[in-house]
Design a protein around this ligand. Structure first.
Ligand SMILES: [Zn+2]
Ligand SMILES: [Zn+2]
Length: 1007
């Protein structure tokens, strides 16, 4: 018995069919079987950048997950062996801040009161919870990963590998404790590094006070410097005032000194160079505070004083700003740090003590007013840095932080980046720029649930850096008994012996930057320098019970390092791409990835950022339920990842509508294959030229899509697939209808083969639909993902070019018809085609498609060229001559030149200077596109009109067949009212499967 194909519903129910396919994969262990099939094949090494397990995945995460899965599926279909290890970012600020919020804790003091051990356990449980949710979401999206063997950055194994890196960094002399002014989040109570804060998204529009304040000069009674500040809280810590030495400063009549360039219109009674003010001393605005005791305020020179805002005199508080701090080193100024780590004033600041930087603004302004130091007070809105994690406005504090010096590693990193292929290519330069300008890496954070920095500075001056748990155990003097995992508070209890003096040393309290955690995974997950394979060796510390991930041995690392490919969002250039490069170049001298795909953010359908509060955010689960995963994946894949990706339900509807063309082609095949009892295994029949074309077109699809997959360019895959489906549906099927009605096996076979290859090619992008249709058309019990990849043979470019041109001629012919208002069913006498050489041998097809009786290839004389002056451009060029030129153009008195130019009365008019129109002469409809012109003779005679009526009638009758619910194979009898159309009875019978046509009221009847 012939194979039977399951009929398709009118439209696919994506979410429903996806759930079926998920069950099928589960049931058949499809993913495991793919892995088994490729187990000994060449490797394709992909390293997953860990996603933060601190919330359900959003549609942005969906984009990254999709791209990773698309190219992994492609590589697996090509027969490569993959690792499929998923990673979770599981410690550091991302996690802590969320857990704090959940517990209702509002400060570090409250965390400490809550208890660090319990807090650490809560953090671990929190990660476990969201890792579970993200896993379920990823599976639903179709992502194939080795879900029981994820890596977690908070495993002791990962921590140990970072320790090892830090020990190496220390051995090279790059590690130092820096006394610096640093960006500080008062809510999180920690400094933040430049790379965390660098993105534009880490700034917000904020309103701040804007104050002009007097600093009365001691040497010049009655005269004052005027400074400008937007941070009143820094004034009690003022130390100096800076002026630009070569700028001109002027004294107003009231004694105020400002830079002349800033206030050009003011009147001055005295002018001096900035250098003449240097060395003067002044009364500080808050000299009465105990903290200010003994401070002598003076004017210092500073070349970088800007003269486009402010006053040209800059208030310097070295404890409250980065540049201020640098100046304090140059000029040996004292440093006053007015606030503690929670941003509150410390003792020594009188009534300000204990208050936040925001809260002191009013009392500061009030005090200035009382002392008559306030020239003006207003407000200003400006972009201001906010904490990347909690959005609190940042301040500057001078603190001791741990840094890795990057001068020595910079050049090797730049060279390593030379070996990487970036997609989109312009991002290669972005990371180069980042590397050239990167400052030393601030790696310490004053927090709790993070990488414990293994630094044990001894009173003897020696810095002990522990490189492994084994070393910790060997050198420990106490605290090992309760070491549950390498996290605070347990690690803090361990004291070690100083390597130099033998004294007992404590660990510093700081934890590490989270990008150390993610940067090391090329080593910690692959078993770098690990002598023996350790089963579940990455399920250590906090990761115990969450995964079964092994710690492989060094031989394994050799096989999988460096990664062939990594893919993350563009923002990761200064984060993960940077940290993994830094760590790998340090440890191994090589870049850990060979090629990269980056992508931009997801925005809503109108291009706006998505925000819950704006009501335009889309929940990933909702999208999966309403659109289906395939539609989402398609939407992600079809857009250029170097631009923001638009996402929303009406875009999804558009995707569904376009996918329907493919769906309908499959449905068409199923219908006629079942009628014909078609079996691809035993199909025979004579192949026609169109079948050969379809085969070539299919090869072309494979060749194009393969090239796009190879360069990790999903929009290219979609851009190859869509025109193929259009050719398949609107040319091959359309041109072969009659053969399908006749059950022509060669046609069915050609169509089946084309659909089969199309399913393989698109399976990585929409795995569910492809799998379901594959099971229907090709193999009920074998997945498309086990079918391998179709070969891309040589293609006949000439043949493909001919048909492509033929389709263009037909398309233009349709345009010409629609401009003339003559409907497509009305036969016409004649079509003239100019500029299409390759389409000549397809005369029959063109005639048929456009319903014309004759085609002439040659010059189109039926069209009239109309050229008009483009007045805004040509007016200025020609001036007075314009009138004559317009007159000549309107009379057609011009000479066309090469390249779309025209000569008129001795003037040469360029393409942009004229407006060109091709207008059909009376009785002709003309369409022109890119060197191709077609002209339709639109004259109708009685015979043509009659034929038009016949075709209308046939159309009507077939509609009646459908309305009557007849099967495609049912025969009918027909009655028609028009006597003069009876002459066309044979044609009508043929086109409507009728056995008879008789005169009567219009009706049909099953025969
Ligand atoms: Zn913060
Ligand atoms: Zn010591």
């Amino acid at each position: 018995m012939a194979k039977s194909f399951a009929p398709l519903p009118a439209v696919p129910d994506h979410p429903a069919l996806e759930r079926e396919v998920l069950e099928l994969w589960e049931h058949e262990r499809t993913f495991e079987r793919v892995r088994e099939k490729n187990a000994r094949a060449p490797r394709f090494s992909f390293m997953d950048g860990p996603i933060t397990a601190n919330a359900p995945a959003g549609v942005h995460t969906g984009l990254g997950r999709t791209l990773k899965d698309v190219f992994q599926r492609y590589k697996a279909m090509r027969g490569f062996q993959l690792r499929y290890q998923n990673g979770f970012d599981s410690q550091g600020l991302h996690v802590e801040v969320q857990v704090e919020k959940g517990l209702g804790l509002n400060s570090k003091r409250e965390i400490e009161e809550y208890g660090l051990a319990e807090f650490a356990r809560r953090c671990r449980d929190f990660v476990a919870h969201f890792a579970g949710i993200q896993t379920a979401q990823s599976k639903r999206l179709g992502m194939w990963m080795d879900w029981d063997n994820d890596y977690f950055t908070f495993s002791d194994t990962n921590i140990e590998y970072i320790w090892r890196f830090l020990k190496e960094v220390h051995a090279r002399g790059w590690l130092y404790l820096g006394h610096r002014s640093t960006q500080w989040c008062p809510r999180c109570g920690t400094s933040l590094s430049k790379h965390e804060q660098a993105g534009d998204e880490n700034h917000a529009e904020v309103e701040h006070p804007s104050l002009f304040v007097r600093f009365p000069l001691k040497e010049r009674e009655g005269e004052s410097l005027v400074v400008w500040t937007t941070t009143p809280w820094t004034l009690p810590a003022n130390i100096a005032a800076a002026v630009k030495p070569d700028a001109e400063y002027g004294r107003r009549r009231n004694g105020d000194w400002v830079a002349v360039e800033v206030f050009l219109d003011d009147a001055y009674v005295e002018l001096v160079r900035g250098s003449e003010l240097v060395g003067l001393t002044y009364h500080g605005p808050f000299d009465d505070l105990p903290a200010q005791a003994g401070v002598e305020h003076r004017v210092i020179p500073w070349e970088d004083v800007v003269l486009d805002d402010g006053t040209g005199v800059v208030h310097i508080a070295p404890g409250c700003g980065a540049e201020d701090f640098e100046l304090s080193r140059v000029h040996d100024l004292p440093v006053l740090g007015p606030i503690d780590e929670s941003g509150r004033f410390v003792p020594g600041y009188g009534e300000l003590e204990g208050r936040t930087t925001d809260a002191v603004a009013e009392p500061v302004i009030e005090a200035l007013r009382e002392r008559e130091l306030l020239v003006d007070a207003g407000t200003i809105r400006h972009r201001y840095p906010v904490c990347w994690r909690c959005r609190t406005s940042l301040v500057f504090r001078v603190v001791d932080d741990w840094f890795i010096a990057c001068d020595e590693i910079r050049q090797p990193m730049l060279e390593a980046n030379e070996t990487v292929t970036w997609q989109p290519p312009q991002y290669k330069k972005r990371i180069d720029d980042w590397l050239r300008n990167m400052g030393d890496w601030n790696i310490s954070r004053r927090r709790y649930f993070g990488l414990p920095l293994p630094f044990y500075p001894c009173e003897c001056g020696y810095l002990n850096v522990i490189g492994s748990r084994a070393e910790l155990e060997r050198r420990a003097l106490s605290g090992l008994d309760h070491l549950e995992e390498l996290h605070r508070p347990w690690i803090d209890a361990v004291r070690v012996r100083c390597e130099r003096c033998g004294g007992e040393v404590e660990r510093i309290e700081e934890v590490g930057d989270a990008w150390l955690d993610a940067g090391i995974v090329h080593f910690s997950t692959l078993g770098w320098q690990n002598p023996e394979w350790v089963p579940e060796g990455n399920a250590t510390g906090a990761a115990r019970g969450l995964t079964h991930a092994d710690l492989p041995d060094h031989a394994y690392w050799e096989q999988w390092f460096p990664a062939d490919w990594v893919s993350e969002a563009r923002a990761q250039i200064r984060l993960w791409f940077y940290s993994q490069c830094f760590m790998a170049v340090t440890l191994d001298g090589r870049q850990p990835y060979r090629s990269v795909l980056t992508y931009e953010n997801v925005v809503d359908e109108t291009g706006r950022e998505m925000h819950k509060s704006w009501g335009n955010a889309i929940d990933l689960n909702d999208a999966l339920d309403r659109m289906g995963a395939d539609v989402m994946r398609w939407l992600y894949c079809e857009q250029n990842p170097s631009q923001e990706l638009r996402f929303g339900y009406s875009l999804a509807d558009d995707v569904k509508r376009r996918l329907l063309t493919f769906w309908n082609s499959v449905s068409f095949f199923v219908t006629y294959a079942n009628i014909a009892g078609f079996d691809p295994a035993s199909a025979a029949g004579d192949a026609k030229p169109l079948d050969r074309w379809l085969r070539e077109r299919r090869e072309q699809l494979v060749r194009e899509a393969t090239a796009e997959y190879e360069r990790y360019w999903a929009p290219g895959v979609v851009a190859a697939f869509e025109p193929f489906v259009d050719d398949l549906s609107n040319w091959y099927i359309r041109r072969s209808r009659r053969r399908f009605w006749d059950g022509d096996e060669a046609a069915l076979l050609a169509l089946w083969e084309a659909l089969k290859v199309a399913l393989q090619v698109i399976a990585p992008v929409m795995p569910f639909l492809a799998e379901q249709l594959w099971r229907n058309l090709v193999s009920a019990d074998e997945s498309v993902f086990l079918a391998g990849w179709p070969d891309a043979g040589e293609v006949d470019d000439q043949l493909l070019g001919e048909v492509a041109e033929t389709r263009r001629v037909v398309e233009l012919g349709r345009q010409a018809r629609s401009t003339s208002g003559i409907k497509l069913r009305q036969p016409l006498r004649r079509l003239v085609v100019q500029g299409a050489r390759a389409a000549r041998s397809y005369e029959d097809e063109i005639r048929d498609e456009l319903r014309v009786k004759r085609i002439e290839f040659g010059e189109v004389e039926a069209s009239e060229l109309r050229v008009k002056a483009n007045l805004p451009v040509l007016g200025p060029k020609l001036g007075g001559a314009l009138r004559d030129v317009r007159e000549l153009l309107s009379r057609g008195d011009f000479e066309p030149l090469e390249g779309g130019r025209f000569r008129v009365n001795g003037y040469v008019l360029e393409p942009g200077e004229v407006l060109v129109e091709h207008v059909g002469r009376d009785g002709w409809a003309v369409a022109v596109d890119d060197g191709l012109t077609v002209a339709l003779d639109t004259t109708l005679d009685d015979e043509l009109r009659r034929e038009g009526r016949v075709l209308d009638l046939i159309h009507r009758l077939n509609q009646m067949r459908r309305d009557a619910g007849l099967e495609l194979t049912d025969r009918i009898r027909i009655w028609i009212p028009d006597q003069d159309l009876l002459a066309y009875a044979d044609q009508i019978k043929r086109e409507t499967l009728a056995t008879s046509v008789e005169l009567g009221e219009l009706r049909i009847e099953k025969a």
